[in-house]
Each structure stands twice: as structure tokens, then as C-alpha cells.
Write a protein that binds this ligand. Structure first.
Ligand code: NAD
Ligand code: DAU
Length: 362
């Protein structure tokens, strides 16, 4: 039995879909999975269409800031594991207004931890308490920004968050750490680099660029485009999380990364080149002609890079995709006719308001 908070978002839904994949999780028939999600603009039940009719799938519509509903859910289903993906996750939105980030990422994580603490303390010590795990899914952004020659972030790197988003995630990581040390809740934390893949909301760089390119719109690059991110295919993040749940050491932190540093300009150029091959523009011009340098993001972190050797050494994890293979799969996913309805639904309504507001002065 596993409770997945935020399981209708981008990474959470991949985690759930992979849970039902018999090649990745041969025991899934015997396991119940409860997705608990507030369905904000970023949460989408369509992401879970392929599994929502499975007899061992349950969906609960609720916020991690709702203590009563959490308590009811925990006591009713008695999960062995809780994995927390629920968060406000977009840096630009946190700059436009941080309130939801404070409420969900900090107050919500606190509320979830308290509900889990009460539930954990109600267990009879023994097998149930020994196997219980709370895995908090966090980000490399809590470590701040690296200079070009700095070594990649190890788990011991100082916390130096620079955006309202990363500050709120840093606060949640500290709460998780404290609930382990003070109350003995069997917590683990993972800090991952930038994910990409299908089902990602097209406000983040990669899906936004694919989406705009195909609609012959500007491809907005903040500042000089030389900021570096360490890209990881979402399925590889999920495989790392499954290993951490199964074999990770309680109280530990694990960094997850793709060893794949790219500047934003390299990422955008790669997408344009792939699209030029797979779906050339009718006028024969390259998609690169749509690139537009726009006003930079305030407080924009220059470089992230992850040292994932602890995860590789202790849990024998390694990513299965390179950036080149992963980006091709991602582009093909967004081009696939079967995913058109998904895209049309997520870009209707509020999405248009966000894009107008975010890019109007850039
Ligand atoms: P996302 O924005 O796509 O999904 C977040 C999900 O959380 C949505 O389904 C949303 O409805 C839900 N949610 C939001 N507020 C909630 C609340 N109060 N209660 C319950 N559910 C709520 O995010 P994502 O990209 O899938 O990221 C998932 C987690 O992984 C986040 O914690 C994020 O910080 C972390 N992370 C993301 C990346 C990345 O590159 N996307 C990298 C590292 C870590
Ligand atoms: O590092 C992990 C983090 O990666 C996660 O914790 C966050 O949830 C996730 O959103 C992501 O944060 P970033 O800010 O790195 O991702 P984003 O896709 O917003 O931007 C990636 C880079 O591209 C960043 O340097 C900003 C730049 N960018 C982004 C957008 C949306 C542009 O140049 N133009 C754009 O229009």
C-alpha cells in the first residue's frame, strides 16, 4: 500500500504509471496505490487514464494542508509508504506570487508530516513501524547556484535557495529532517535535477519550446541563454525513487541527476534541430529562426549540477536515457496524435492567462 501525494502532476503521474508497469514492478497486483492530489492547474487526472480503472487504484481529491482528510485517508488505507510529490513547482510563478508556495510547500508539508506522525505513533511497534517510509521528493534548487568550475552538488552542499520556490522547498526539506531527528519518523529526502518527458505542463522550458515551435510562436530564452541545468528523463527519476523507497537508509538524503549539463540555448537548439528533421516547417526554414532572447528571470540561478554518486554507489542506480535519447522520446510524445487532447485540455483556460502575463513585457 502506497500513498502518493501530488500523484496527478508531471512526475507523480509517471511514478504511478510506472508502478502499474509489470516490467518495472512485478508485484503491482498485490499493492494498492492511493493518489492524493488537490488538482491545481498542474494536476491532471487525465495523466492517470491508463490506470484509474485498476481495482487497486484509489484517487482522493484533497490538499496536503487538510489535516482531517489526511488523517481519514491514512487511517482508512494504512499505507506502508508515503511519497510526497505535492508542491507548487514553477519558479516563475513563485516570483509572480509566493503565497501558494508557502501554503503548499511549507504549511502543507508540515501538515502532512504531522498527520503522518500521529498515524505512525498509532502503529504497534514491530513490522509495521519498521517498514514504514516517508519519502519527500525535493529539488537541487535548494543548493543555490554554482559557478562554472564548482564541483556538482553533493548531499552535503550548503543550502542556499535563491527563489521563493526553492526557499519554500528548502524549508520543507528542513521540516522533514527535523521530523526524523526529533520524532523518529522514518523519513528520506531526494533532491533531483531538472526533469523532462511527456505529460509535463507546457510552462516549463522543454514542453514550452516544443509547443511554441510547432505553433510557429517565439521561443523565449531568458537573458543570454547560458544558464546550465542538469537534465534527467522523468522515468529515470522514478526508478531512483522506487529504489530509495525499497532500499534507502532512513534519515538519509539522496541526490538524483542525469550527469547531463546543458545550457538553455543548447537545449533549445537541440529541440529545433530534432524538429527540423522530424517535422520540418512548411516554409523550409529552421525552427531556430523563432528563437527570441527575452528579459531574464529575476534572481536566475546560473548553474545546477548534481553529483549522484551516493545513489549509484549505495543503491546501484543509473539513468537509462541520455539527453539525446530522452529528448527524442519527449518530442515524439508531444507530436503523437493520441496526446493532442491532453495538450488541448491543459492549454485551455488559465494557461493562456499565465502565458500572457508572463511573457507580455519580455
Ligand atoms: P507539478 O507541478 O507537475 O505537479 C504538482 C502536483 O501537486 C499537481 O498534481 C498538483 O495538483 C499537486 N498539488 C499542488 N498543491 C497541492 C496540495 N496542496 N495538496 C495536494 N496536491 C497538491 O510538479 P512536478 O514537476 O511533477 O514536481 C513534483 C515534485 O518534484 C515537486 O515537489 C517538485 O518540487 C519536485 N521536483 C520537480 C522537478 C522537475 O524538474 N519538475 C525536479 C526536482 C524535483
Ligand atoms: O532543478 C530542478 C527544478 O527544475 C525543479 O525543482 C522545478 O520544479 C522545475 O520547474 C525546474 O526549475 P527550472 O526553473 O530550472 O525549470 P524551467 O523549465 O522553468 O526553466 C529551465 C531553464 O530555462 C531556466 O534556466 C529558465 C529557462 N527558461 C525557462 C522558461 C520557462 C527560459 O529561458 N525561457 C522560458 O520561457
Amino acid at each position: 500500500m502506497i500513498l502518493v501525494t501530488g500523484g496527478a502532476g508531471f512526475i507523480g503521474s509517471h511514478f504511478v504509471l510506472d508502478w502499474f508497469d509489470k516490467n518495472l514492478n512485478p508485484n503491482f497486483h498485490n499493492q494498492q496505490i492511493i493518489v492524493y492530489d488537490a488538482l491545481t492547474y498542474a494536476g491532471n487526472l487525465q495523466n492517470l487514464n491508463a490506470v484509474c480503472k485498476e481495482p487497486n487504484f484509489v484517487f482522493i481529491h484533497g490538499s496536503i494542508a487538510d489535516r482531517d482528510l489526511l488523517a481519514k485517508t491514512l487511517y482508512k488505507y494504512r499505507p506502508k509508504w508515503v511519497i510526497n510529490f505535492a508542491a507548487e513547482s514553477h519558479v516563475d510563478r513563485s516570483i509572480a506570487g509566493a503565497g501558494d508556495f508557502i501554503n503548499t510547500n511549507i504549511v502543507g508539508t508540515f501538515t502532512l508530516l504531522e498527520a503522518v506522525r500521529t498515524y505512525f505513533n498509532s502503529m504497534i511497534p514491530g513490522e509495521e513501524t519498521q517498514s514504514f517510509r516517508f519519502l519527500h521528493v525535493s529539488t537541487d534548487e535548494v543548493y543555490g547556484s554554482l559557478s562554472p568550475n564548482d564541483p556538482p552538488f553533493a548531499e552535503t552542499h550548503q543550502y542556499q535557495p535563491n527563489s521563493p520556490y526553492s526557499a519554500s522547498k528548502a524549508a520543507s526539506d528542513h521540516l522533514v529532517r527535523a521530523w526524523y531527528h526529533t520524532y523518529g519518523i522514518p523519513c528520506l529526502t531526494s533532491n533531483c535535477s531538472n526533469n523532462y518527458g511527456g505529460l509535463q505542463f507546457p510552462e516549463k522550458l522543454i514542453p514550452l519550446i516544443i509547443h511554441n515551435a510547432l505553433r510557429l510562436k517565439d521561443l523565449p530564452i531568458y537573458g543570454d541563454g547560458q544558464q546550465i541545468r542538469d537534465w534527467l528523463f522523468v522515468k529515470d527519476h522514478c526508478s531512483a525513487l522506487r529504489l530509495i523507497l525499497e532500499k534507502g537508509k532512513v534519515g538519509e538524503v539522496y541526490n538524483i541527476g542525469g550527469n547531463s549539463e546543458k545550457t538553455n540555448l543548447q537545449v533549445v537548439n537541440t529541440i529545433c534541430e530534432k524538429l527540423d528533421q522530424i517535422k520540418p516547417r512548411a516554409d523550409g526554414k529552421s525552427y531556430k529562426t523563432q528563437i527570441k532572447f527575452v528579459k531574464d528571470r529575476p534572481g536566475h540561478d546560473r548553474r545546477y549540477a548534481i553529483n549522484a554518486t551516493k545513489l549509484q554507489r549505495e543503491l546501484q542506480w543509473k539513468p537509462s536515457e541520455t539527453f539525446e535519447s530522452g529528448i527524442e522520446k519527449t518530442i515524439l510524445w508531444y507530436l503523437d496524435e493520441q496526446n493532442k487532447t491532453w495538450l488541448e485540455n491543459v492549454i485551455s483556460g488559465d494557461y493562456q492567462n499565465w502565458i500572457k502575463q508572463q511573457y507580455k513585457c519580455k
